[in-house]
Design a protein around this ligand. Structure first.
Ligand SMILES: [Zn+2]
Length: 206
């Protein structure tokens, strides 16, 4: 498919300056080994939102960052035994207080979506940017997280021709349920620089 450049009006020098080889200047960087190359000529036009907390429902610890960098102690909590050996990553992680982390360059393919499909295209990891929000599936998110997400989506839209923002649940229905009913998609749409069409995949939730 054709891959239009980001809208000229959004591609300001200032916006591009926030990025260096797919790394966002305003995120704390913790590099993950869990990534690979995107297929040649990939049009990165999809953002996938997720929720995660480790152990589930406990916030503020270092465990999510440890998971994404293969440093989690599988023996530290009974739940971790259920996911032992998992090698995953996302491009970004937004903590409850709005702190932003980045693990994989957006120019690379992070391992966040698994088996998935969007608009007739399989393997969403190939052409998407994954953003994990610290939270519990179906639970509410914090205002500070929406603020960070809004700024991040605007910054991404300055350098990538984003067409759609969806949840993991929308690209892997039945298999995945995050971020779930607690995600305020209408708020995400209102405070992002993206038009309503970008959220057509989640229309039922708005
Ligand atoms: Zn997910």
């Amino acid at each position: 498919m054709t891959c239009p450049e980001a809208a000229p009006a959004r591609s300001t020098a200032k916006g591009a300056a926030a990025w260096e080889q797919g790394w966002y200047a305003y995120a704390r960087r913790s590099e993950s080994p869990n990534f690979g190359p995107r297929p040649p000529q990939t049009c990165v036009d999809l953002v996938v939102l997720h929720s995660i907390s480790l152990p589930p429902g406990q916030y503020g610890g270092p465990q999510v960052q440890q998971l994404f960098t293969n440093q989690l102690d599988w023996n530290a909590h009974p739940y971790f035994k259920q996911i032992e050996g998992l090698q995953v990553s996302s491009h970004f992680f937004v903590q409850r207080g709005g702190e932003l982390w980045q693990f994989v360059s957006c120019e690379q393919r992070a391992w966040h979506a698994g088996r998935s499909q969007h608009a007739g295209r399989d393997n969403c990891n190939d052409f998407s940017i994954g953003i994990e929000l610290e939270g519990l599936e179906g639970d509410l998110f914090e205002p500070a997280q929406y603020e960070t997400l809004s700024a991040l989506l605007s910054a991404l839209a300055q350098v990538y021709p984003l067409r759609h923002v969806v949840g993991h649940e929308h690209i892997a229905p039945g298999r995945k349920h995050d971020p779930g009913a607690g995600m305020d998609w209408a708020l995400v749409q209102r405070c992002s620089a993206l038009d309503a069409q970008a959220f057509s995949g989640v229309t039922k939730k708005i």
